[in-house]
Design a protein around this ligand. Structure first.
Ligand code: EPZ
Length: 433
């Protein structure tokens, strides 16, 4: 089983370039099948989640052609709607976001069938709001045999109120509405940068979507969509992860290919913690030369502090001078990694959806297990700080959302390798000692 072995203690220094946004790419790749013409998508992050979704898209009959590592051409024209427009369970089990094909295929063919996504490590993650939106547009949604089936004679635009601000439901319902008859309004819509990117992508295909990035999205249905070439925005969370890693290791890193506006909540918190963050047009520099200060964090929908940065920031706050409080208001079970951080010396008490963190001067190395994607990144940050050896297993989670993670860290001076055997670990230890 692949794992990371890390010898920490080196401040991260140098430059790193951020890849395309995973959570924008997953919506955009699914939406690409909504036209029969070829769509070319650039700056696709080469991570496990996008590769699996592209396999699911091929699985329903669309053609997928890699032009280069980060550019893919998709043509939905080869999909045969008379076939069972079904997204296999294997793809849903691998990545929940395969359920974006539910909205894309329903929007284009008035029918779709997708395996029910289970919950995951961070919470139950129901999809009731996705279903409520599809039903509002006139679809009949049935759940049987572990599958969700959505069918409609015709989809008709409606006023839809989202009880909870949901990224996935906003994207899925937006896709189902772009070819519906008439006008759809999505109230209490999610405003994340990736929502705007999916809306801009659909508009580049001829959709008529206004208001993405605000909490009211207005969609006027069009007859059909056409081909386009589109480049995905940089990944806000990958950028934030490297910003926090630079701060936690008291380094000096220029993070390139970012949209600083998308990073405002992270920048603001790092400033409160005593980091120096310099913003340029498409990059940010993070510098820290002394122990970080404590602060408090509450995760909120964008533009609030992103839940996907909660574990990474907690790993940095666990080193700060003082007591910090982190409140997770989006998911009900996103502190599972705290037990692993505690094995590395962190002093954190979890009470419900709140973590009370008493800062310690540093971490000690340990063998830890990544419970999910962003928690895995947090454990890597802790291991980079510990002036000691650590191993991190279950890195498949990390590989879902970070492209060339260990290579990028090595270029910043980190001593990290992906290994499979105890022998590899000993060789690494010998090499770096
Ligand atoms: C997206 O998940 C992201 N995933 C998550 O990133 C991210 O943490 C989350 O948005 C919040 O920003 C992708 O974009 C692929 P939600 P999603 O619907 O869409 C509840 C990562 O690390 N809810 O905004 O599933 C839900 O349980 C991943 O990249 C319902 O109750 O998140 C949660 O408590 C992890 N019913 C809250 O809403 C619904 O129908 C927000 O979830 C839908 C959601």
């Amino acid at each position: 089983m692949e794992q990371y072995v890390i010898k920490g203690g080196n401040p991260l220094e140098g430059e790193v370039t951020i890849a395309g946004a995973k959570n924008a790419a997953l919506g955009i790749l699914a939406a690409a099948v909504m036209t029969d013409q070829e769509v070319t998508i650039e700056n696709v992050p080469n991570v496990r989640d996008t590769r699996v979704l592209l396999q699911a898209i091929q699985g329903i009959g669309a053609s997928v052609r890699y032009i280069d590592e980060h550019t893919v051409a998709i043509c939905g024209g080869t999909i045969n709607p008379n076939n069972d427009l079904c997204v296999d369970d294997e793809f849903i089990r691998k990545i929940r976001a395969s359920y974006y094909l539910l909205g894309a295929l329903l929007g284009k063919y008035n029918q779709s069938k997708v395996a029910l996504p289970g919950g995951c490590e961070i919470g139950a993650r129901p999809i009731d709001l996705h279903i409520k939106g599809f039903e509002a547009l006139g679809a009949t949604v049935t759940i049987a045999n572990g599958m969700i089936q959505a069918k409609a004679e015709a989809l008709v635009g409606k006023h839809i109120y989202m009880d909870i601000t949901s990224v996935g439901a906003t994207i899925n319902v937006m896709m189902a509405a772009v070819l519906a008859d008439g006008k759809t309004t999505i109230e209490n819509a999610a405003k994340e940068p990736h929502i705007v990117d999916v809306a801009n992508f659909l508009n580049s295909m001829g959709a008529n979507i206004k208001g993405a990035g605000t909490d009211v999205i207005r969609i006027r249905g069009v007859k059909e969509l056409h081909g386009t070439t589109y480049s995905i925005i940089p990944d806000q969370i990958e950028a934030g992860t490297f910003m926090v890693a630079a701060a936690a290791t008291k380094g000096n890193v220029l993070i390139k290919n970012v949209i600083p506006k998308h990073l405002e909540a992270i920048t603001s918190k790092l400033n409160e913690m005593g980091a120096t963050v310099i913003e340029y047009d498409d990059s940010v520099r993070v510098m820290v030369d002394k122990r970080l200060k404590s602060t408090n964090i509450k995760t909120l929908p964008y533009p609030g502090f992103p839940t996907d940065m909660q574990p990474q920031m907690t790993a940095a706050l666990a080193l700060s001078n003082g007591t910090s409080v982190v409140t997770e208001s989006i998911f009900e079970n996103r502190f599972k990694y705290v037990a692993e951080l505690s094995r590395m010396g962190a002093h954190i008490r979890v009470e419900g959806n709140t973590a009370i963190i008493d800062g310690v001067p540093t971490y000690s190395g340990a063998a830890v297990v990544a419970p999910d994607l962003r928690a895995g990144a947090a454990l890597v940050i802790a291991a980079l700080v510990a002036n000691d050896f650590s191993t991190i297993s279950d890195i498949k989670y990390i590989q879902r959302g970070y492209e060339k993670f260990e290579e990028k860290l090595r270029e910043l001076g980190a001593l990290i390798e992906k290994v499979e055997t105890e022998k590899d670990i000993q060789k690494f230890k010998f090499k770096v000692s």
